[in-house]
Design a binder for this molecule. Structure first.
Ligand code: PA5
Length: 444
């Protein structure tokens, strides 16, 4: 993985990134020694290097049970309890896999919304399908996930019988508390524990991400290996220039301090759409607090050049762009030649599609920089488990450092409770009587 900040630095005062080195160093030390804000949630820091072959084997064994017994597996989870798995599975699976016969179950995601049509359509889709469920919730009480699991549990039991349902429903939750734990223990489901000291958005390398990824037939060993190597590379004693997480954290904070408040994560591979979704949650929930924080947005290019491109090029100059670029495609496809050349495309004949994409990427970078958009470029050699594992740890470590430079607790999310409190009050959840009264008075 490489990071190039030269096209961001040209927008900054000389030495602006280097000036943050002491803060980066202090943040890294505080993370390492557990002296920072949110220090009860630092389990992700050395998570990759603590994963044992036995643990990987246990996940793969459970994945095999689901693979052998299910045509589809629904991952029920929201936020950090699904975005990581979705990101990895999308990035590394055939984009049109559902058209083909795959030897692995189709992975579906639910429990991340309360859309009645979405859930009805899911229930319809699963009629007659041999499906299983991975119920993922650290708290074990998240409403979106709980409603979905209630529906799916009943349906799975009705369709497949109690005994088979027991085999193909797996819980990933807290060791002791929450309804998901109570149900798993009572029903005798296989379950995995989300460590107390790993927050949801930092949990993709726990069973939260590893189990669904393994069920999809991907190599979690290589994913973890990539993360382990990045963990070593981002060691607090590494000099700034060879620690990509430190470089990224320092650069984006220097840009933020220069007045650019919005960071757009861009990709040139549709398979990376959910990298943007995962990254937005990681950074948004970690940094957006105390009236501070870079607003994380994402675009899929070149697709969104035809929707957001105008704004990026000429809108309010409060943005900067971080591009995740993939150097080599895993396949080979050329633009065919055409004798008649009716579309005038023969100047591209014989060129790899990826060559065209790369020129679009370079042309866009030049245009956006000309338009006043600082550019950070992160590149990986190809889309595979190892490189995605590297990206995961890189973004996590940079997020921890970045949030501490900003002066917030990157590991809590107090703001998420506000909507829940109102929703429970409006739905008359027991225990919310006072809030219910207050909210009804406001709505008069
Ligand atoms: O990062 C976080 O902690 C959150 O986004 C959670 O992952 C999300 O709210 C889901 O919570 P839970 O796993 O408790 O259902």
């Amino acid at each position: 993985m490489q990071i190039d900040i030269s096209k961001a630095q040209q927008f900054l005062a000389a030495g602006a990134v280097e000036a943050l080195v002491p803060q980066v160093k202090a943040a890294q030390e505080a993370l390492e020694h557990g002296t920072c804000l949110g220090n009860d949630f630092l389990g992700w820091m050395h998570l990759p290097s603590s994963i044992t072959p036995e643990f990987i084997a246990e996940i793969n064994e459970t994945a095999k049970v689901l693979q052998d017994n299910c045509e589809a597996v629904v991952v029920a989870g929201i936020g950090g309890s699904y975005l990581g798995a979705r990101m990895v599975i999308d990035a590394l699976s055939n984009s049109f896999g559902w058209l083909q016969t795959s030897k692995y179950p189709r992975i579906l995601f639910a429990g991340n919304n309360i859309g009645e049509d979405y859930l009805s359509e899911l229930v319809d889709y699963l009629k007659g399908v041999n499906f299983g469920v991975i119920n993922i919730s650290k708290s074990g009480t998240t409403t979106e996930t709980a409603i979905t699991f209630r529906l799916l549990k009943k349906m799975c039991e009705d369709q497949r019988g109690k005994e088979m349902a027991k085999k193909v429903i797996v819980a990933v939750t807290d060791a002791k508390k929450g309804a998901a734990r109570t149900t798993a223990d009572k029903e005798g489901y296989k379950s995995f524990i989300i460590p107390d000291n790993v927050g949801g958005r930092f949990s993709v390398l726990t069973p939260v991400g590893l189990l669904p990824i393994a069920v999809a037939g991907l190599d979690i060993n290589m994913l973890v290996k990539g993360a382990q190597d990045m963990e070593a590379q981002c060691d607090m004693n590494a000099p700034l220039e060879s620690n990509p997480a430190a470089v990224y954290a320092a650069t984006r904070n220097a840009i933020y301090q220069s007045g650019k408040k919005i960071e757009i994560l861009a990709n040139y591979q549709p398979k990376l759409h959910n990298l943007g979704e995962w990254w937005k949650q990681l950074y948004g929930e970690s940094e957006g607090k105390d009236g501070k924080g870079i607003f994380p947005a994402s675009v899929d290019l070149t697709t969104d050049l035809h929707s957001m491109g105008q704004w990026i090029q000429e809108g309010e100059r409060t943005i900067f762009e971080t591009v995740v670029s993939v150097e080599n495609p895993n396949t080979c496809l050329e633009v065919p030649s055409d004798e008649e050349n009716l579309d005038g495309l023969n100047f591209l004949a014989g060129k790899r599609i990826d060559q065209v994409n790369k020129m679009a990427e370079l042309g866009t970078q030049l245009a956006h920089v000309d338009g006043g958009v600082p550019n950070i470029r992160i590149s990986i050699s190809k889309l595979d488990e190892y490189n995605i594992g590297q990206l995961i740890y890189f973004f996590e470590k940079a997020c921890g450092i970045s949030g501490l430079i900003l002066g917030v607790n990157p590991f809590n999310q107090p703001g998420v409770e506000a909507y829940k409190k109102n929703m429970f009050a409006l739905l008359n959840k027991p225990g919310y009587e006072a809030e219910s009264k207050a909210i009804q008075a406001r709505l008069q």
